[in-house]
Write a protein that binds this ligand. Structure first.
Ligand code: PLP
Length: 388
């Protein structure tokens, strides 16, 4: 037997998930869990959706992969449907495999297009772990010495004044501004309309490229296809991944028409493979057929309104089915208790923030199941406080 170890980089829960259906997953002992975490914001149309399974199976029996050196009509099929569902029909699609890669390509493209080096990013941003993506991520512990670059300036999120000041000084050197409409890893921080509008107008004035990182907040999760759509601001490049494949690894960027492609400027072996396109098409078909963007909006409002009535949590924020709240230090085991006692997966952010990122198909009944568990935990804490 081999003694090879897995490279130990993930702090993992002692749970083995072996099966999943819609918003439930089951472990190897047959225990059922409610997934309010969407497998890290990835599950958009529900685990193992039958249409998604069928599409992938059918494609697998035809061809899974051939290189981008030949025509791959299913890429155009995906682009047409994505244009229709996102409303960005005049944009161009470049396909890759992950969120980091999407951002890497977006940042590179903006630099090619402008001939400039500088990038503006924001406090608490998370954009991925590859070289430029991690350089614009505001967490020094993730940035290796080789990734460090003087080309990135971090500014406070939602601070129009700081941004204007920087552009007045260095605007002609700025290739791009990259921003999450709702910061995910950073703790569910929502960009104000004013902030996004200010970024847009400064990018217009100085000829910089506006990149919307929609990897987590996009693809219908916020109740609109892209979070940016809430503010009416158009980005020059949208980056996508997570919900795009419902668990099949696929990412992409939507590129505004004024940014022109050149052969060889971007490329990938696996990006846009037949199987990934089939999975991504299935996701969009289900989003359309089941009206999931509207559902995300309504279910999100329902969940948010109910959460407002729970004493003991604070700082409720988010949009659609991307919701965060703060829990007091005394309730710091809440996430663990929800998981091990109530069998509910949730997400977290530091410090003591709960992140809810369920599938867009989550039902009211499942939301109630979560709320009951949450109330029980909060009440237990309140009672313990009274008795102490
Ligand atoms: C906003 C955002 N951008 C980029 C990424 C990186 O995506 P991936 O892990 O697919 O590389 C993430 C992942 O959490 C994310 O939340």
């Amino acid at each position: 037997m081999s003694n090879m170890k897995l490279f130990d980089v993930y702090p993992i829960n002692d749970i083995t998930i072996v099966r999943a259906k819609d918003s439930y997953v089951w472990d190897d002992k047959g225990i059922q869990y409610l997934d309010m975490y969407g497998g890290h914001a990835v599950i958009s149309i529900g685990h193992t959706h039958p249409h998604w399974v069928k599409r992938i199976e059918e494609q697998l029996n035809k061809i899974a992969f051939y290189s981008n050196s030949v025509k791959i009509p299913i890429q155009q099929e995906l682009a047409d449907l994505l244009g229709k569902v996102s409303g960005k029909e005049n944009y161009q699609l470049f396909l890759c495999n992950s969120g980091a890669e999407a951002n890497e390509n977006a940042l590179k493209l903006a630099s090619f297009h402008t001939g400039r080096k500088k990038i503006v990013a924001f406090s608490k941003a998370f954009h991925g772990r590859t070289s430029l993506a991690v350089a614009v991520t505001d967490n020094p512990s993730l940035v290796s010495p080789s990734n460090q670059t003087p080309n990135v300036t971090f500014l406070p999120y939602n601070d129009e004044e700081a941004l204007t000041e920087l552009f007045e000084k260095e605007g002609n050197d700025i290739a791009s501004v990259i921003v999450e409409g709702i910061q995910g890893v950073g703790g569910i921080n929502v960009a104000t309309d004013e902030f996004l509008k200010t970024i847009r107008s400064l990018c217009d004035k100085y000829g910089s490229v506006l990149i919307a990182d929609e990897v987590q907040c996009g693809y219908g999760r916020s109740g609109k296809f892209f979070y940016f759509d809430h503010s009416g601001v158009q980005a020059d490049i949208y980056t996508m991944a997570k919900g795009m494949g419902n668990g099949f690894p696929v990412g992409g960027i939507l590129v505004a028409p004024f940014i022109k492609p050149k052969h060889g400027m971007l490329g990938t072996t696996f990006g846009g493979n037949h199987l990934a396109c089939a999975a991504a098409i299935a996701v969009l078909e289900v989003i359309q057929k089941e009206d999931l963007i509207e559902k995300a909006k309504q279910r999100g409002q329902y969940l948010m309104n109910k959460l407002k009535g729970i004493d003991g949590i604070s700082g409720l924020r988010g949009e659609g089915l991307m919701i965060g709240f703060d829990v007091p230090e005394e309730l710091k085991d809440l996430r663990k208790n929800l998981l091990y006692q109530h069998k509910i997966f949730t997400g977290e952010a530091k410090p003591n923030i709960i992140r809810l990122l369920p599938a867009l198909t989550i039902s009211r009944k499942q939301i109630e199941e979560f709320l009951e568990a949450l109330k029980e935990e909060v009440e237990q804490y309140a009672n313990a406080k009274i008795n102490s």
